[in-house]
Design a protein around this ligand. Structure first.
Ligand SMILES: CCCCC/C=C\C/C=C\CCCCCCCC(=O)SCCNC(=O)CCNC(=O)[C@H](O)C(C)(C)COP(=O)(O)OP(=O)(O)OC[C@H]1O[C@@H](n2cnc3c(N)ncnc32)[C@H](O)[C@@H]1OP(=O)(O)O
Ligand SMILES: CCCCCCCC/C=C\CCCCCCCC(=O)OC[C@@H](O)COP(=O)(O)O
Length: 401
């Protein structure tokens, strides 16, 4: 009888190890439960600090939320920090995939910034109360006229109290391969207040979080802060074009990252599905983490690596994914290593600034190095390598033999 309590203690790790669905529900319940508890802790702290509803309470919320990612096995890679170094009020817009977005939001949340949220959130127990204390502006999505007047008031408050507002212009959660068409509220807000818009793009969660398939693995979210879009001098006539421009920029950044993620996933799956690799590496769910290094020496770097770029070879984790574990023969040939800047998203359109040099990255670099075009790239993997005291991020592009 005394040992009965051991059963759940053993059962939970066993289920965690054997069932992805169990992991999904376990992590989700933990997330909601823990956020509720954190909110309960935060409520008295906020009351003591500000005596009530105040955007300054977001500082407390931000500090309390930032460790939650570790429990869930999530990492956030942020690029474009410099675009947030903007004085005064502005509107941040970002895509919205899940309530997990709150974790990314808290990674980069600037001071005096709060959000626009659906009014139902205020009834979410302690979380609802903490949202209210944090100055979140609640709107009734079902009644556009009400939402519009609340947002018009918010535009004035932004200016009077020097507040920044974060809006999810899709207006609802979306895990599709494309962003949903944007609602116009965020753009009216920015134009009415004559403040800039700063777009932020969350990379797709689909390589670690799939709501329908009940999958919740570990993974990395890339947050890309894009340059601000000025609205000075704009009027309500410019709303549609401003909305379209913002959408196009964010959609392009989202798709570009998704394309890289797909390449990475294929590279990992390719290594897993090689018959010999499977002997040594049991299949795992696709994620951005690679397989262990095989017990074979890595081949020498091919001569076509450009000396202009930091040589990523040997980048064991990624390389080993692409080495046949049985023969040691490389399955693919790395042709380029790009960008030592950990904040760089390494996209074809971005420029990668390092302390020592400036280089265009990804496909442009590839072409410069090897004359190859994007279409011939077999896979792109990003990985990290510690060099001296610095933690460097690389994008390795591979060509099939
Ligand atoms: C310590 C522990 C803590 C634990 C807890 C942890 C964290 C808590 C803290 C923080 C967490 C916060 C997380 C918040 C997440 C919240 C996420 C959400 O709730 S998303 C859903 C809600 N958000 C939105 O909907 C915002 C986007 N929506 C809009 O902006 C909409 O435009 C709208 C205002 C709601 C209206 O919607 P509608 O469907 O009618 O869409 P349209 O955009 O097509 O508009 C119709 C029409 O109206 C014109 N319009 C729109 N807005 C305005 C305006 N402000 N002024 C004037 N006119 C406006 C628009 O142009 C259209 O007209 P037309 O077609 O002629 O152009
Ligand atoms: C009554 C609804 C309230 C639901 C929230 C339940 C409690 C969640 C508890 C812990 C999570 C902490 C972060 C909460 C903030 C996330 C809010 C959110 O993501 O809401 C979804 C909303 O953007 C869009 O809603 P729909 O996709 O239209 O549906």
């Amino acid at each position: 009888m005394d040992v009965l309590w051991l059963i759940p203690l053993l059962l939970v790790p066993l289920l965690m190890w054997s069932s992805g669905t169990f992991v999904f529900y376990f992590k989700k319940c933990f997330y909601v439960g823990w956020m509720m508890v954190l909110a309960l802790l935060a409520i008295p702290l906020c009351m003591l600090k500000s005596g009530g509803r105040d955007v300054e309470n977001m500082r407390i919320i931000r500090v309390l939320v930032r460790h939650v990612k570790y429990f869930l096995g999530l990492r956030f890679d942020v690029s474009g920090w410099e675009h947030l170094q903007t004085e005064g009020p502005y509107v941040i817009i970002s895509n919205h995939q899940s309530s997990l977005d709150v974790l990314g939001l808290m990674e980069i949340l600037p001071d005096r910034c709060t959000m626009i949220a659906k009014k139902e959130l205020v009834y979410a127990g302690t979380v609802g109360l903490i949202c209210w204390l944090g100055g979140i502006v609640f709107i009734n999505r079902k009644k556009t006229s009400d939402a519009k007047s609340v947002m018009a008031e918010a535009a004035q408050t932004m200016l009077d109290q020097q507040i920044r507002l974060w809006v999810f212009p899709e207006g609802t959660r979306n895990q599709k391969e494309d962003l949903l068409p944007f609602k116009k509220g965020a753009f009216h807000l920015a134009v009415q207040a004559q403040v800039p818009i700063i777009p932020v793009v969350f990379s797709s969660y689909r390589n670690f979080y799939l709501r329908k398939e009940k999958r919740f693995n570990s993974g990395t979210v890339r947050l890309r802060i894009l340059p601000k879009i000025e609205t000075k001098g704009m009027t309500s006539d410019d709303i549609s074009s401003l909305c379209d421009k913002s959408f196009d920029l964010m959609q392009a950044a989202f798709r570009e990252r998704l394309r890289l993620q797909t390449h990475e996933q294929r590279a990992v799956e390719g290594a897993e599905h090689s018959p010999r690799s499977r002997l040594l590496f049991p299949p795992t769910s696709p994620s951005e983490t690679c397989l262990p290094r095989p017990p074979v020496p890595l081949p020498a770097p091919p001569p076509l690596l450009s000396p202009r770029f930091p040589i990523a070879w040997p980048c064991h984790e990624i390389s080993s994914c692409l080495v046949d574990a049985w023969s040691g023969r490389p399955l693919a040939r790395p042709v380029s290593a790009v960008c030592p800047d950990p904040h760089c998203a390494c996209s074809s359109s971005s420029t990668c600034t390092t302390t020592s040099s400036t280089s265009t990255s990804s496909s442009a670099a590839l072409q410069a190095v090897s004359g190859m075009t994007d279409g011939r790239i077999d896979a792109c993997c990003s990985s990290c390598m510690t060099e001296g005291s610095g933690h460097h991020q690389f994008l390795l592009c591979f060509l099939p033999f």
